[in-house]
Ligand binder design. Structure first.
Ligand code: NAP
Length: 279
């Protein structure tokens, strides 16, 4: 199968590396010639170009650009494609993308590989990024089955765990487990930066270890990605933030009131329930 990838960054580059390792022929398009050259040198594409015409003969195209340019990219792609070409995207938000792109192309399937690192760009791409991670597919009632099957076939070949849900369900679920954590983790970094005593700041920087590394990781990632999550998943993210604020307020009150029993119960519930979200 001939696979096209637009946007040879962390996700597009990693997809190219993984798919070439599985024997797919990969055609990559990116904005900058230097990114295309790196993609070839790294083995993330068989051919790469800044020109979308390179993708004219592909069977399936993954649009891996920033969220804001996914629909405009598909608009530019359309004049070059055969009617049976499947287009999918990897955007971290699904409702607005699926709504816009399904209108542009009948063979469009929204998807979201739930994998990433705090780094961005082709230099950070790695072949095993998707192994054993969730791959969410968000078809609508009108999405052709043949297109869904093609995306699933590729997701299976990447050894991912495939889940299917509606775009709205996806957006609320990822608001809780992906987009809210980016904002909370970012607020943690902001809180540390707000300390005014330079001696304490210096000491905190020296003492920060695995706990701070874990809790600050997603907040210190690609700022463009965080901004896109907030802009394109605004209602679901606001709902999650509001529930979070309520819980933070409850914990603050327990501490203010020295209500150690309630705090202890909350912490014990957290310890017991965390494993339901993550092994
Ligand atoms: P990234 O590393 O910054 O890569 C995006 C790439 O898109 C850049 O390398 C850039 O290529 C290219 N690009 C930008 N505008 C373009 C255009 N108009 N035409 C062609 N290429 C263009 O970002 P990423 O983390 O891979 O994210 C890409 C997508 O994956 C986003 O939609 C995001 O929501 C989704 N996603 C991200 C993660 C994550 O954790 N990072 C996880 C799952 C899904 P040049 O270098 O050529 O400028």
């Amino acid at each position: 199968m001939r696979v096209g990838i637009v946007g040879l960054g962390l996700i597009g580059g990693s997809l190219g590396l993984a798919l070439r390792a599985k024997g797919f022929e990969v055609f990559g398009v990116s904005r900058q010639p230097s990114t295309c050259a790196t993609a070839i040198a790294k083995g993330a594409a068989d051919q790469a170009s800044t020109n979308l015409t390179l993708l004219a003969e592909t069977d399936i195209i993954f649009v891996c650009t920033p969220i804001a340019v996914i629909a405009p990219t598909i608009k530019q792609l359309i004049p070059h494609l055969k009617a049976k070409t499947v287009i999918t995207d990897v955007g971290s938000v699904k409702q607005s993308i699926v709504q816009d792109c399904s209108l542009l192309w009948h063979n469009f399937v929204g998807s979201h590989p739930m994998a990433g690192t705090e780094a961005s760009g082709i230099a950070a791409a790695k072949a095993d990024l998707f192994t054993a991670t969730p791959y969410v597919i968000t078809p609508t009632a009108d999405t052709p089955n043949s297109a869904i099957e093609k995306v699933k076939q590729i997701a299976r070949s990447l050894n991912t765990k495939i889940y299917t849900c509606t775009p709205a369900e996806h957006d609320q679920a990822v608001a809780f487990i992906s987009h809210l954590p980016v904002m909370l983790s970012g607020s943690l970094i902001q809180t540390c930066l707000a300390e005014t005593n330079p001696k304490i700041v210096k000491l905190a920087k020296k003492l920060a270890s695995s706990g701070f590394r874990d809790t600050s990781r997603v907040g210190g990632g690609n700022p463009e990605l965080g901004l896109m999550m907030a802009k394109y998943n605004r209602p679901a993210l606001l709902r999650s933030l509001s529930l979070y604020r309520h819980n933070l307020e409850k914990i603050t009150q327990y501490i203010e009131q020295a209500d150690w029993e309630s705090l202890s119960e909350t912490l014990a519930t957290n310890q017991a329930k965390r494993s339901e979200f993550i092994d």
